[in-house]
Design a protein around this ligand. Structure first.
Ligand code: GMT
Length: 379
């Protein structure tokens, strides 16, 4: 198939998932065209089946807000027509689903062809941003106009029906992880630099937005650090980072906390980690937690959103209500003191990640695409 994939190119989960999906589909022999404003961060391989089309947004003195959606729709039209795409798969509804709708109408008018659009809902496009009155009518309309809609968890599907007048079926296709990539041997030299005296290593990775409640990460770590030697790795960057650096100083754990910024080699960091902290206010799924589990890290998270669809209480990790720093700290301290239980839970986390392995999920997307494919055979 010739597939167009539209996503955010940044470190956000939807962009990561879309890029990994595109890479896997290209490996399967499909021609994959990424359409976005910047090279996606995980698009770091050469594959003759992968094309990257940059959306350029020309500026003009009149434009306080350069019209990205218009530029995106025009690029979609260009790529659909010049590369004869079979379908467009857009990740994160805003503004990708509405731009795809516009592109579809333009192609239909020009050629009579109906290009199928599949929209995958990822999280805040539904639970936060999309609900805002400023966007809601366009989001509802463009979701309903998509030929197929998928959501990355059952919780996100339910949230969509709760908040939007969507009258079409939404298929749940869970996010995935490439287990073979994340189940890596720890690099001893790296572990020694981070934890020279064999301290336990805790890790958090996100885009440091309010919804992640990163302050709870630092608070849990401070409680752990009171009880035992430990190190905290903070991966990623975003608006909350400066406040978190300050909080680590206030709580006296700055010497044991490293802010690593944005990192591409997450598998190397996770390979030396014992525990992953994700105390979010909401997660539709929690892809970062799944990647941690594939690297045999135990996940301490909230029970918000779809997290309970991947993290199994007391088996692969622990979940507490949002903001319950005490419960998360207590569990972390007890587990980090008990090496036998820690090893068992790490293994259980890994086994759970295997249920979401890339090899299981890609065929589900291919089957969905096949329903809309005009070519025979479908590759
Ligand atoms: O908030 C983020 O982590 C980024 C956001 C995105 O759309 O890029 O992530 C959402 O999509 C991920 C991939 O499907 C999910 O794993 C995250 O749980 C989800 N984030 C939220 O729901 C807050």
């Amino acid at each position: 198939m010739r597939l167009g994939i539209v996503c955010y190119p940044t470190f956000g989960g939807s962009g990561v998932l879309a890029t990994e999906l595109g890479k896997a589909l290209a490996d399967e022999g499909h021609q994959v065209h990424f359409i976005t404003y910047q090279q996606p961060v995980r698009l770091n391989v050469f594959n003759a089946n992968i094309f990257y089309h940059e959306v350029r947004v020309p500026t003009y003195p009149l434009f306080d807000y350069p019209p990205y959606e218009v530029a995106l729709a025009s690029t979609m039209v260009d790529v659909i027509m010049n590369y004869d795409l079979d379908l467009l798969h857009v990740h994160y509804a805003i503004p990708h689903a509405s731009a795809a709708y516009m592109a579809k109408q333009i192609v239909k008018q020009k050629t009579g062809r109906n290009v199928p659009v599949i929209t995958t809902l990822h999280g805040t496009d539904i639970t936060l941003v999309g609900r805002d009155k400023t966007y809601e009518p366009v989001v509802t309309f463009s979701i309903n106009e998509s030929d197929a809609i998928t959501a990355v968890s059952q919780n996100l599907k339910d949230e969509t029906y709760k908040s939007f007048a969507v009258h079409k079926d939404i298929q749940v296709i869970y996010n995935f992880v490439d287990v073979t990539r994340f189940n890596k041997k720890p690099i001893d030299a790296f572990r020694k630099v981070i934890a020279p005296n064999g301290e336990k290593i805790l890790v958090h990775a996100s885009n440091f937005r309010k919804v992640k409640r990163v302050d709870d990460v630092v608070k849990v770590f401070a409680a752990v650090r009171k009880e035992m030697p430990a190190k905290l790795l903070m991966v990623g960057d975003g608006p909350e980072r400066p406040a978190m650096e300050e909080l680590a100083r206030i709580l006296g754990v700055d010497e044991d906390t490293r802010f690593l910024g944005k990192q591409e080699q997450m598998e190397d960091i996770l390979a030396v980690s014992d525990m992953f902290l994700l105390p979010s206010e909401y997660e539709s799924f929690g892809l970062a937690a799944l990647e941690a589990m594939a690297a045999k890290a135990v996940v301490i998270s909230t029970n918000a959103g779809g997290l309970s669809e991947i993290n199994i209480q007391n088996e692969t990790g622990f979940m507490a209500p949002v903001g319950d720093v005490n419960a998360m700290s207590k569990f972390a301290i007890e587990l980090l003191h008990d090496d036998t239980r820690l090893a068992a839970m790490k293994e259980a986390a890994y086994q759970q990640a295997c249920r979401f392995d890339i090899s299981r999920i890609i065929p589900i997307y291919e089957a969905l695409y096949s329903q809309y494919c005009r070519r025979t055979p479908c590759k």
